[in-house]
Write a protein that binds this ligand. Structure first.
Ligand SMILES: CC(C)(COP(=O)(O)OP(=O)(O)OC[C@H]1O[C@@H](n2cnc3c(N)ncnc32)[C@H](O)[C@@H]1OP(=O)(O)O)[C@@H](O)C(=O)NCCC(=O)NCCS
Length: 152
């Protein structure tokens, strides 16, 4: 059966949660609660293969011209096949349609984002609003995530 990229549905939330937690348990990405996933479900794209969710990515608008790529994950079985890039490109397309001018990500895998034309930046250059989430995070203030940004 083929691969299907689509907007997430409420019924995908549990699968998205499992995918994120697979990596969060290995400390490779930040955990998201089921409640956060439901509240932000409209921002998620998923890739479905054989009726299973094998990838997800969330676009989160932060400010008047700025949005964040969050919770981007591809099931390890399907890694390095271009699915992560597909999810990112679809989220970028939606960001452009919404009028987003700059897209940023905080990541432990900067090479993936660099390959997709993001440039490294510093947290101080991002709006202070993003710190609200940072201070609530279990890794604050010892966060090793690298901020990258792209002009759309
Ligand atoms: C990051 C992630 C989404 C990439 O998904 P993917 O489908 O494997 O990515 P792609 O196949 O589109 O990769 C494109 C390029 O990105 C880079 N890349 C992807 N995964 C990488 C990794 N684990 N380490 C280093 N570079 C990586 C490579 O340059 C790759 O090209 P190549 O395979 O020709 O060398 C996936 O590895 C993942 O789920 N990681 C854990 C969660 C995470 O860190 N998310 C990002 C932060 S929100």
């Amino acid at each position: 059966m083929g691969v299907n990229m689509r907007k997430a549905r409420i019924s995908d939330a549990q699968d998205i949660y499992k995918l994120i937690h697979y990596y969060a348990n290995k400390r490779l990405m930040l955990a998201r609660s089921l409640s956060e996933i439901y509240e932000n479900i409209q921002g998620f794209f998923v890739i479905e293969k054989n009726k299973r969710i094998i990838g997800c990515c969330a676009l989160h608008v932060t400010w008047e011209d700025l949005a964040e790529i969050k919770s981007l994950a591809v099931s390890p079985r399907y890694a390095r096949k271009g699915y992560g890039t597909l999810l990112l490109k679809e989220s970028e397309k939606e960001a452009r349609q919404l009028g987003v001018k700059r897209l940023f990500a905080l990541t432990f895998i900067p090479s993936f984002f660099r390959k997709n034309k993001f440039k490294e930046t510093t947290r101080e250059k991002l709006p202070h609003k993003i710190w609200i989430e940072c201070v609530r995070c279990v890794y604050f203030p010892n966060c090793k995530e690298i901020p990258l940004i792209k002009k759309l």
